[in-house]
Design a protein around this ligand. Structure first.
Ligand code: ADP
Ligand code: MG
Length: 474
């Protein structure tokens, strides 16, 4: 038997690191790693773009780990947008360094500052942190940025946007002995690249043709459903997902996250919420149980879930669509990682149709509108009952079109409308335009009255004719 040299072996990495990679069971570097590691080892600045889940952490992590020595002086700083991400990156680096023995410290807000300060003071080789706390630590004299030679931004698109930019720049300017800058991200919008100029010296841009396709290849579906029935559709998806699945549900607000968790619970679906208001240790606990598979359904905001690396996620659900088209790509990238199968479902209410159109045109996607999955075999009743959702079928003036079949009645439209108004005892103003053809009359009825009118008319006959009122979908 012959042993062939793998991609990693070819690089002839430092012993502890190559052993760690082998033990981890990685055989080949991913594309972004192939493209960037050799340049980074040579000391070049890098702008690396690759989709979520493509192994960017090791792409900057391997060269950083190789370049740092066990010295107790901070030689590398890696900035991340969230605490979760910082923890995740530092965990990955700790594994990848194997027995090298570098002190890797995580520095982030929301937890005991003194404890982190103490650890830093005990000697640190690599810092992974969020900008706010790094600045704080540096101002308090616990974190000396002057010894840093490697400066790295993970999720650089986010680090260089308006919110973080001043903090990141502050830290950057304090790293006066910096010799190399590494920026990695799933996307590099034009403004971010412009902002990045300040940080870079003759960088290698690793954005090969292949990597420009940032949208993960997973099955993407959209479901046309109003607010009132999103939970019903969610019930269908969860009910069909199977026991091995792990589902990540995104909502735009913390309040909605809590609401979804609570309402799912009412229908006996166990789920757990994840958002920025929760204490750090609780969030980490939830993440760990999601990672080890004991938690199956997590409902999260974007902030809490950004950069999350849970390999087993089979379904991503956009309970609300994000306002930002890029966020969509980040969200769905949580599934289908490392070539696994994944699917995403986006719930699109009338108001959100524009957002899904924008997402499709920005990324060149066709996301088909489908019905939610049908009930699994043997299940008779919906997990979450479907409700009437008049908001969804009403127009901007609150009018809903209802079709009445005429069944050969000779009445004029005026007479029919008068009959409806008097039977249902509604004010005339609740009726809008009418449209008549040979078989039916379409009547606009105000959303506040429509359910009631339909109920009344269903139970009565007009000169022996049933009008069979029916909603006309917009
Ligand atoms: P990104 O930052 O690009 O979203 P990550 O660095 O989080 O991606 O990596 C995604 C997953 O792929 C992680 O679970 C990581 O451990 C794994 N991974 C990274 N590189 C390799 C590799 N060469 N072979 C196998 N798995 C890898
Ligand atoms: Mg990452």
């Amino acid at each position: 038997m012959t042993t062939s040299s793998t991609g990693f072996d070819k690089w002839d990495l430092e012993e502890p690191i190559s052993s760690a990679i082998r033990e981890r069971g990685w055989t080949e570097p991913t594309e972004i790693q192939v493209e960037s590691v050799p340049h980074a080892r040579k000391g070049r600045d890098i702008v690396g773009q690759a989709r979520t889940g493509s192994g960017k952490t090791a792409a900057f992590g391997i060269p950083i780990l190789e370049k740092c020595k066990v010295s107790g002086k901070i030689q590398a700083i890696i900035l991340c947008p969230t605490r979760e991400l910082a923890v995740q990156v530092s965990e990955e680096l700790s594994i990848l360094q194997g027995k090298k023995g570098l002190a890797i410290q995580t520095v982030y807000g929301g937890t005991d500052l003194e404890k982190q300060a103490k650890k830093l003071n005990e000697g640190t080789d690599i810092v992974v942190g969020t900008p706010g706390r790094v600045i704080d630590m540096s101002k308090r004299g616990h974190l000396n940025l002057e010894t840093v030679s490697l400066f790295c931004l993970d999720e650089a698109d986010r680090m260089l946007d308006m919110g973080f930019f001043p903090d990141v720049l502050w830290i950057f300017e304090k790293t006066v002995n910096r010799s190399q800058t590494l920026l990695f991200s799933a996307t590099f919008p034009e403004e971010v690249l412009d902002a990045a100029e300040e940080f870079l010296r003759d960088p290698v841009h690793v954005m090969s043709e292949d990597l420009v396709v940032e949208v993960p290849e997973i099955d993407q579906y959209a479901v046309r459903v109003g607010r009132a029935n999103k939970l019903w559709a969610l019930g269908r998806i969860i009910g069909n997902a199977g026991d091995d699945s792990q589902i990540l549900i995104f909502s735009n607000t913390k309040r909605m996250v809590d609401l979804i968790v609570e309402r799912l619970g009412k229908f006996r679906f166990n789920s757990v919420g994840l958002h920025g208001d929760m204490p750090q240790n609780k969030r980490e606990k939830i993440l760990n149980s999601f990672r080890d598979g004991s938690e199956k359904i997590v409902v999260a905001t974007d902030v809490a879930a950004r950069g999350l690396d849970v390999d087993g996620i089979t379904h991503v659900i956009n309970y609300d669509l994000p306002d930002d088209t890029e966020v969509y790509v980040h969200r769905i990238g949580r599934t289908g990682r490392m070539g696994r199968r994944g699917e995403s479902w986006s719930f699109v209410s009338g108001k959100e149709v524009q957002s899904i159109d924008r997402i499709c045109s920005t990324w060149g996607l066709t996301i088909p509108f489908v019905e939610p999955p049908s009930l699994p075999a043997g299940v008779e009743r919906d997990f979450v009952p479907r409700r009437d959702d008049w908001e969804e079928v009403s127009d901007a003036f609150g009018m809903v079109c209802v079709r009445m079949s005429l069944g050969g009645s000779e009445k004029t439209r005026r007479e029919i409308v008068d009959w409806i108004v008097s039977e249902a005892r509604i004010p005339e103003i609740a009726i809008g335009e009418t449209y008549m053809d040979s078989e039916s009359l379409i009547v606009e009825i105000h959303v506040e009255k429509v359910a009631y009118v339909i109920d009344v008319i269903k139970g009565r006959k007009m000169d022996g004719v049933s009008l069979n009122p029916e909603i006309v979908n917009a």
